[in-house]
Design a protein around this ligand. Structure first.
Ligand code: S3P
Length: 422
């Protein structure tokens, strides 16, 4: 029999990635200074900081306590050359929105992974607002956004995407026009919450969001809560361990982000949220998870947005759960940092688990057999960390081809994983 996996300790996960990007962008557009505490210091957030610097914003090196000097909604200027978004879809899409509303032209580039991802979801509505956008074949990066005077827009997005919604809200904000965005399912709502806190009239009704023009954007200090998508790895680890418990402190518990914890519960996991409170307009709590025997589950389209980034980890839980888990309505996974459907199935099979690809998801049949093999991450941070959790369980032996790619969202991941399983 394999030795037991024991976990113990408290984990302070790094700051939320989505809120960190937005804190910098709204800080840059703000009227005065924004103090940001607890920002995520990772490659993706560096990408947004770099793009803002290229547009003339004084963004200091990312630090636990930092200030961004706002330039006002019209204060960004044309960059000298291309702006590099690295691996970050949030940087490319949100900043395309900002630039569309300004009288500047910006050519956005990205790494190999980002250059494969679809930009049509933002270029099409930004053109409809009046921006001129040139993109590479198939609406990919590099893309050049020629911004200027925009008009009001009412847009129905085919995908539930906070990046699309946020791009249009930001474009309307800086161009001082109105925007209404309808989504098939509600996506994460950090942009709406942060704009409302800054005095912008943003109204949410079901799956629709509307923004009315404002003259200027107030600067509001941000305390970035822990990233629930990073917390999820430790919640999964604690659930899959045989003894002990883990507590993740100060994680964002925004209901548009808690789908993974709900799924873990539905699979039989023991999840307790403690010290629930609201800070800076976001619900926050401590997540305590203890080991449990998990059973299979089914995920459909309505559940996907609230755990879009955690679905690779749901597949890992499924590999250790009793029965057949079906993840459906998740075709968006194919256009993330990697094709996460193909990558999860290929890698689960590579380590000896039973998984099958579907056009819009995957099927995983659980077992408790030891899993051994080599994982190809395709440079995708969440694939690396998901298999890192599986590999941390006693009896499994999993090699990750590119462990350093976790720096996109969680630079200290491997150290934390070792510490809580030591
Ligand atoms: C994000 C939105 C999601 C998510 C990404 C971050 C954001 O992407 O996968 O990691 O900060 O708005 P989509 O909006 O494309 O689903």
């Amino acid at each position: 029999m394999a030795p037991l996996t024991h976990v113990a300790g408290e984990v302070a996960v790094p700051g939320d990635k989505s809120i960190s990007h937005r804190a910098l962008i709204l800080g840059a557009l703000g009227a005065t200074r924004t103090r940001i505490r607890g920002i995520l210091r990772s490659h993706d957030v560096e990408s947004t900081a770099g793009v803002l610097r290229a547009l003339g914003v004084n963004v200091p090196a990312l630090a636990g306590d930092m200030n961004v000097a706002g330039r006002g909604m019209r204060g960004l200027r044309a960059p000298e050359g291309d702006v590099d978004c690295g691996n970050s879809g949030t940087t490319a899409r949100l900043m395309a929105g900002v630039v569309a509303g300004l009288p500047v032209s910006v050519r956005f580039t990205g790494d190999q992974s980002l250059s494969r991802r679809p930009m049509g979801r933002v270029t099409v509505p930004l053109r409809a607002m009046g921006a001129r956008v040139e993109s590479s074949e198939g609406e990919r990066l590099p893309m050049t956004v020629h911004g200027g005077q925009l008009h009001d827009i009412e847009f129905t997005s085919e995908v539930a995407s906070a990046q699309v919604k946020s791009a249009l809200l930001l474009a309307a904000l800086v161009a001082r026009v109105s925007a209404t965005v309808h989504e098939p399912e509600p996506s994460r709502d950090h942009t709406e919450r942060m704009l409302q806190a800054r005095g912008v009239d943003v109204r949410v009704a079901g799956r629709s969001v509307s923004l009315d023009p404002v003259e200027s954007l107030a600067s509001i200090d941000v305390n970035v809560p822990g990233d629930p998508s990073s917390a999820a790895f430790f919640a999964a680890l604690a659930a899959l361990a045989q003894s002990g418990e883990l507590v993740v402190r100060d994680a964002c518990m925004n209901p548009t982000r808690t789908g993974f914890l709900e799924t873990l519960r539905a699979m039989g996991g023991h999840v307790h949220i403690e010290n629930s409170r609201v800070e800076g307009g976001e619900p926050i709590g401590d997540v305590r998870v203890t080991p449990a025997s998990l059973r299979a589950t089914r995920i459909d389209a309505a559940q996907v947005p609230a755990m879009i980034d955690e679905l690779p980890l749901v597949a890992i839980l499924a590999a250790r759960a009793e029965g057949e888990t079906v993840i459906g309505g998740a075709a968006e996974l194919r256009v993330k940092e990697s094709d996460r459907i193909a990558a999860m199935v290929q890698n689960l099979r590579a380590v000896g688990a039973d998984a099958e690809e579907q056009p819009d998801g995957l099927i995983v049949r659980g077992s408790d057999a030891p899993l051994k093999g080599r994982v190809i991450t395709h440079g995708d941070h969440r694939i690396a960390m998901a298999f890192g959790v599986l590999g941390a369980l006693q009896g499994n032996e999993i090699e990750i081809d590119d462990p350093d790619c976790v720096a996109v969202s969680f630079p200290g991941f491997w150290e934390e994983l070792r510490r809580v399983t030591a």
